[in-house]
Design a binder for this molecule. Structure first.
Ligand code: HEM
Length: 402
């Protein structure tokens, strides 16, 4: 205990509370202050360290032997506290378990599989964009962003249609619970039992189609790589990680385009920039703000001595705006070389669903660029407060056809 207290004394103190409305309304000045204060800060309020510079975030996410995920990737330390759900066997796991489960998930994301999904994803994207342009004015969240990722990805997974309204509340539970037990987590957990019940029931083999990504995960049971209950847990991982993230990536990119007319003009002129625009929005206004790790041993971060079994919060969104790494870090530029952003994380836990997320983003925003002439805000956006995800609850948009 004494050693830990001394170690902590070497780090500048983080006074701001990242899990408040005030912080979430405009996190960027806070991120800057955090980066300027030093490579590793100590939050007395949450009793955890915080890293906010690009290189330190990258290191914490990459060195899994020292910065473990097995004690949870949220604030809770599973070595000391009981998790609210059985931990994920991929996200909240270290090798060798992680290697075994990740191998199965990665098999569902090969270029060949993504190629097969493309046609269907593009068809749905055209329908969605046509519907928005017919409406003229629409809510960029309820009408647009929430629709597509709760349609095409669960279809590809082979999930039943009935009950999909549980997907977004489940995502809200998962992502809020990575933060503290505050008002956002409590609100998200209001209907937890029913939502969790639907999710687990629908991850079962019998509920999934025989030709989807879910069935591919279950094929690993037949080949002896996974147990039946592990396959269900991996389908659950896709549902936890693959829906809300993409919904908010869509909302955030739509907002970026509606508020950056020169970038929208560029995209209209060259719809083939849609893929890079999506990527740049993950850097500039990424949905995943931060994930935690737990130290497995004593370690130094930029001169700050950190003891074993300490929680470290890695602020990916701050890394994405770090001027040490990016020129014009606070500018949204859809032609930027954006390789190295932390929006999908990095290292062994770097988002396994990237190929699908990119396909979704490219399909929808390329369709927008081809079909729409103008796109602008039609009212004041409202923020959705979430402990991990940067999100809007409503985004009034007006768009006209070409
Ligand atoms: C734009 C959308 C998305 C964003 C911003 C995003 C972001 C992330 C991030 C930051 C991580 C790393 C977490 C950590 O290091 O602790 C991650 C992991 C993960 N993501 Fe995504 N994700 C997106 C879409 C998806 C999709 C569509 C899927 C499913 C097809 C998915 C499945 C996963 C899984 C299973 C993991 C855990 C990987 C592991 O631990 O090895 N994600 N994602």
């Amino acid at each position: 205990m004494k050693a830990a207290a001394e170690a902590r004394a070497g780090a500048p103190i983080l006074h701001a509370d990242p899990f408040t409305r005030e912080f979430m309304d405009d996190p960027y000045p806070h991120f800057e202050a955090m980066r300027e204060a030093g490579p590793a800060l100590w939050s007395p309020q949450y009793e955890c360290y915080v890293v906010a510079r690009h290189d330190d975030v990258q290191r914490v996410l990459s060195e899994w032997q020292t910065f473990s995920s097995a004690a949870g990737v949220g604030l809770a330390n599973f070595n000391k506290e009981k998790p609210w759900r059985p931990p994920s066997i991929v996200l909240e796991a270290d090798p060798p378990l992680h290697t075994r489960t990740r191998t199965v998930l990665a098999r569902t994301m090969t270029p060949g599989i993504v190629r097969k999904l493309r046609e269907q994803f593009e068809r749905e994207a055209e329908l969605l964009v046509d519907r928005m342009l017919d409406m003229g004015e629409f809510d960029g969240i309820a009408d647009f962003a929430e629709y597509y990722p709760t349609k095409v990805f669960p279809d590809a997974l082979g999930l039943p249609e009935k009950g999909r309204e549980n997907l977004l509340p489940y995502g809200a539970m998962v992502f809020n619970s990575f933060g503290p037990q505050n008002e956002f987590t409590q609100a998200a957990m209001a209907n937890a039992d029913a939502v969790r019940g639907w999710i687990m029931a629908n991850c079962a083999r019998a509920e999934l189609t025989k030709d989807g990504l879910g069935a591919m995960i279950y094929a690993a049971v037949d080949s002896g790589e996974l147990k039946e209950d592990e396959a269900a847990m991996l389908v659950r991982s896709f549902l936890s990680a693959g829906v809300d993230t993409t919904v908010n990536a869509f909302g955030n990119l739509l907002w970026c385009l509606a508020t950056h007319p020169a970038q929208w003009k560029k995209l209209r002129e060259k719809p083939e920039l849609a893929r890079n625009a999506f990527e740049e929005s993950l850097r500039y206004e990424g949905p995943a703000q931060a994930f935690f790790r737990t130290t497995t041993k004593d370690v130094e971060i930029g001169g700050v001595k950190v003891g074993a079994d300490e929680k470290i919060c890695a602020f990916m969104q701050s890394a994405n705006r770090d001027p040490r790494r990016w020129e014009r870090a606070d500018e949204f530029d859809i032609e930027r070389k954006v390789v190295g952003h932390m929006g999908f994380g990095t290292g062994i836990h770097g988002c396994v669903g990237q190929p699908i997320a990119r396909l979704e983003g490219e399909a929808v925003f390329a369709a927008f660029a081809r079909k729409a002439a103008t796109i602008e805000l039609a009212g004041e956006p409202k923020r959705q407060y979430n402990n991990v995800l940067r999100a809007f609850s409503s985004l009034p948009v007006r768009a006209t056809r070409q």
